[in-house]
Design a binder for this molecule. Structure first.
Ligand code: GDP
Ligand code: IMO
Ligand code: MG
Length: 426
């Protein structure tokens, strides 16, 4: 049976949480495939707002099983905190409903300490990470010195692995960064408690997912971050350390590509970014402030004000290219109400040439000036629209132009944070 991938087509925060939650109504399993608690996915149901960092955005449907895949890096303290918060709000987070891959890598306190220390030492060139230990945890994974979630089940061996790791990390922390050393015994004891609570959730989730698909279940693969933050395909080095692109879904969940029938790219109707790195269409004017204030563009995880700008269709075409997107979910169209004219970057000017491609070199991207196309805006409140025809002509033209530039249809159009505030197009 089919699997759908929900992929961020920009620099994250596109509204993947809302779209995943909505599509979860028709799904049996929702699986996060990468990243960690650097993600912040917002789901609004009536008067309730849920900010999810690790738990997949399908958790609010009692019949859906949620999976944290092997491509993730998981801080068990934060996972248990999130599970407790959900349980306190009446959400069932028992092992029947929430599985954690035994192959997922663990975030340990030294990863968090090193993330902060490395950012401080970068000074002016800081990446603006979320300081959740993501980069150091993935670095250990690639260096083959990471510790996986399944290893928590053998406390003696786990304590030994932690002791060996902390020995090395303390050298770095104290000698290079001038910080206090960490205690391996305290960490091992803390994680022993986490293991007791997470034991029943640990599973070979690839085997679980493939069996579910064989039984005809519908799978939703929930991306975190976005294409332009991908370690290989993003604006390196201003990226995260995982693979938010579609390949990451297959690796992170342990699935073959034949299962994927839809690859849905989520994009805002404008552009945002949180953290450092080039952003050709960034605005530092009243329009930028409008997007921040009307769009509530403050980070779900860190609370940082997001940088805002006009939609970048060069970057969007690139996201279609590297993910093979079959369609778009266009979010936050309502936020553009009242802006006139609207602009879309359709090309870049760089070193006296017109470029229609997204450059690999971040220094070249920083020199790119957007070439804008202008479209008329609209004044009407569109947050109540439920069909394409109910949108003002200018809004329809704006969506149609994005589809032309991206080369794929926008099958979902979101006009507000709630589930119902969505236009479904066949
Ligand atoms: P994610 O990381 O991709 O899941 O996105 P975030 O949750 O970090 O940020 C998206 C924000 O936009 C959240 O506060 C959502 O509730 C909100 N949102 C999603 N879709 C819409 C929409 O169509 N209109 C408006 N106004 N807000 C939206
Ligand atoms: P969701 O899933 C937006 C950004 C950080 C920083 C860079 C590296 O909510 O879309 P990291 O802590 O990952 O090493 O930081 O990546 N970043 C995100 N930006 N949304 C996210 O997740 C992000 N996750 C990481 O701001 O620029
Ligand atoms: Mg987010």
């Amino acid at each position: 049976m089919p699997a759908i991938a929900v992929i961020g087509a920009q620099w994250g925060d596109e509204g993947k949480g809302k779209i995943t939650d909505m599509l979860a109504a028709e799904s049996d399993v929702v699986a996060r495939y990468g990243g960690g608690d650097n993600a912040g996915h917002t789901v609004v149901v009536g008067n309730d707002t849920f900010k999810l960092h690790l738990v997949p955005s399908g958790i609010l449907y009692p019949r859906v099983v949620c999976v944290l895949g092997g491509g993730m890096v998981v801080n068990p303290r934060r996972l248990l905190q999130e599970m407790d918060e959900l349980a306190a709000r009446g959400v069932d987070v028992s092992a029947r409903r929430l599985l954690l891959s035994n192959r997922a890598h663990l975030i340990l306190p030294y990863h968090i300490a090193l993330d902060g220390a490395a950012e401080r030492s970068r000074g002016q060139s800081a990446l603006g990470t979320t300081k959740r230990g993501i980069g150091p945890a993935y670095a250990d994974k690639a260096a083959r010195s990471g510790i996986r979630a399944g290893e928590m089940l053998d406390p003696a061996a786990f304590a030994e692995r932690v002791r060996a790791a902390v020995l090395t990390k303390n050298e770095l922390l104290t000698r290079v960064y001038g910080q206090e050393p960490l205690s391996p015994e305290e960490i091992a004891a803390e994680y022993r408690e986490y293991a007791l609570r997470l034991r029943s959730h640990l599973a070979d989730t690839s085997a679980f997912l493939v069996e579910a698909l064989r039984e005809g279940k519908q799978l939703l693969c929930e991306g975190a971050q976005g294409t332009l933050l991908d370690l290989d395909h993003g604006t390196y080095p201003y990226v995260t350390s995982s693979y938010p692109t579609v390949g990451g879904a297959l690796i992170g969940l342990g699935l073959g590509p034949q299962h994927l029938t839809r690859i849905l790219g989520v994009t805002k109707a404008y552009q945002t970014r949180v953290g450092a790195g080039p952003f050709p269409t960034e605005l530092h004017d009243d329009t930028g402030d409008h997007l921040v204030e009307v769009g509530h563009e403050y980070g779900t995880t860190t609370g940082r004000r997001r940088r805002t700008g006009w939609l970048d269709a060069v970057a969007l075409r690139y996201a279609v290219q590297v993910n093979g997107l079959s369609e778009l979910a266009l979010t936050k169209l309502d936020v553009l109400t009242g802006l006139n004219p609207l602009r879309i970057a359709v090309a870049y000017m760089c070193d006296g040439e017109t470029w229609d491609h997204f450059p690999a070199d971040v220094r070249a991207l920083a020199r790119c000036q957007p070439v804008y196309e202008e479209l008329p805006g609209w004044e009407e409140d569109i947050s109540g629209a439920r069909t394409f025809e109910e949108l003002p002509q200018e809004a329809r033209d704006y969506v149609t132009r994005i589809e032309e530039l991206a080369g794929v249809p926008a099958t979902l159009i979101s006009v507000g944070p709630e589930r119902e505030q969505t236009i479904h197009r066949p």
